[in-house]
Design a binder for this molecule. Structure first.
Ligand SMILES: [Zn+2]
Length: 192
């Protein structure tokens, strides 16, 4: 009995412990989306992005950059929110974008609105890699995603350019690296 109780506590602590603390939407001054369309409870993919901008090294600076991404996505591109589910700053912090469980309409190709979660590391990683802290936070976030059932344990990881040919995202250096990761697979069909 005692062993069962202990096991239960450990499992609880493990799952919860894998989800890193993050800054919430209201903290960076997110505009409300015009509509809220849910994601399926579990989606098969994780899609990796870079922001293709400068990085940010303080919370206030990251807030300002993320707010500018949302404005760009909603005003310039006509999407209904910031497209990234979560973002990781050059300061090593995790920031909520559209968050769990929500699609963003308007992005292409349209099926990717509900096929995967999009994680954006802030910076440009054409010639250099994200910081070790950013990569560790990404690892925490992915473990959290499958630990809480947002993606299956056998999720597929791809770079943005694998699902949309019109982009160099997430940058050549970073793209070279993610292709060495065990869940990477560019070639699977885009089925749900
Ligand atoms: Zn991208």
């Amino acid at each position: 009995m005692r062993q069962i109780l202990l096991f239960g506590l450990l499992v609880f602590a493990y799952v919860k412990g894998e989800c890193p603390a993050m800054y919430q939407r209201f903290q960076w001054g997110a505009a409300p989306p015009p509509q809220t369309i849910p994601m399926p409870p579990t989606v098969p993919n994780v899609v990796i992005h870079h922001s293709a901008t400068r990085t940010c090294t303080s919370v206030s600076d990251c807030f300002a950059l993320i707010k500018s991404f949302q404005t760009n996505h909603m005003t310039e591109r006509g999407w209904d929110d910031i497209a990234y589910s979560f973002l990781i700053g050059g300061d090593g912090n995790l920031y909520e974008g559209r968050g769990w469980g929500r699609q963003v309409q308007g992005t292409q190709p349209p099926e990717w609105n509900y096929l995967g979660y999009t994680f954006c590391l802030i910076g440009t990683f054409e010639d250099e890699l994200p910081t070790a802290e950013q990569l560790e936070r990404l690892n925490n976030l992915i473990n959290c995603a499958w630990g809480d059932g947002h993606v299956p344990e056998n999720y597929t990881l791809r770079g943005h350019r694998d699902v949309y040919a019109g982009t160099a995202c997430p940058g050549q250096a970073f793209y070279d690296q993610i292709q060495t990761w065990p869940h990477y697979n560019a070639s699977l069909a885009t089925s749900n």
